[in-house]
Design a binder for this molecule. Sequence first.
Ligand code: NAI
Length: 393
Amino acid sequence: MTDNKIQVASDGTLTVPAHVAIPFITGDGIGAEITPAMQQVIDKAVQVTYGAERSIVWKEVQAGQHAFDTLGTYLPDDTLKDFADYHIGIKGPLTTPVGGGIRSLNVAMRQGLDLYVCLRPVRWFKGIESPVKHPEKVNMVVFRENTEDIYAGIEWKACSREARHFYEFLHDEMGVTKVRFPETSAFGVKPVSIEGSKRLVKAACLYAQSQGSNHVTLVHKGNIMKFTEGGFKNWGYEVNDECFGGNVRMDDCICDAFLQNALLKPEAYDVIATMNLNGDYVSDMLAAQVGGIGISPGANINYEQGRAVFEATHGTAPDLAGTNQANPCSLILSGVMMLEHLGWTEAAKLVTAALETLFGDGYATADLARFMDNGKPLGTKEFADALCDVITK
Ligand code: NAI
């Protein structure tokens, strides 16, 4: 298997073997249906493009409810180790443990592997119903910082001993008098670092250059949170000067204005670099704008270490599990991102083209087909089969 492992140079460049091993997590709920669908479609595209010369050697690893039931842990150490060793992996949705030690498996994986970029491309497919008049004008890629900000998980419950202690520190040692109801306040901490911000913005700039737009918009709330969000903005501009000689076309926008502008003039934006909380809101709003919250793909990446985990962005849809109705497109498009990341772009293009063909003809799973003028609903398996049928050179 060693020969099938991706090698990573010190600058993060990948050397991808022809028959590359990719660890995958099937996922809970609908994962059992959408993950095989994704593998079937990706395998077909690779086979049509490269014949016997290239293939993906899928290696199953465990996480989620299934791992808990069989191994007694939601996230086995071996799974993180495999993702680290093999560098690139893909995952279906995971049940969030209720009342356990882990708040979120996804957050634990992002932090455990230091996957500091959450990458979300947002584009519209012809045929997909959208709530806006011109969804074709939306074509953006969001770089969301994944490891810092108010999402770092540093917070204390209202009225707890820790919250009181924290307030005493604020009041007695830092001279803070602005907490309106100190006795009953919960507290959270928002760490935002120079390194964390700069590596995120640098990755966004490199991506913008590689795609030819060379245009990055920093989305922040620095008018109010001057040191954290304002710091992010300032360090972003510094990165442009320090690493790119100021040659990236960079601008910035206050987050609330961005949410408005993205609806009114989406064509003004290309690559968005933003912090964790803003990025969460922005990604879902943009995905909804192209009618695709159920089909938007995502990836979590550390470019320096050459690590990436591609993922469905929706949850386990327990209401659909086992019914052959789940839409596999979020995971399939994440597989497309994975192929692009591996440099197997010809195969990636075939899948995208096949999706365009099927959607254009009204074929989709029921969640999308019911809103299409000429919608013809297909089951998960039948949709994957139909995609494979139209994947040709
Ligand atoms: P959900 O995304 O699973 O479902 C929300 C709604 O969207 C449901 O009506 C569902 O039927 C529909 N839906 C979701 N994916 C679909 C698909 N592929 N095709 C068609 N319809 C789809 O969110 P919910 O119900 O809040 O969470 C269920 C579980 O998933 C929870 O344990 C939650 O923590 C977990 N979750 C995991 C995520 C991940 O692993 N990335 C992300 C979000 C939730």
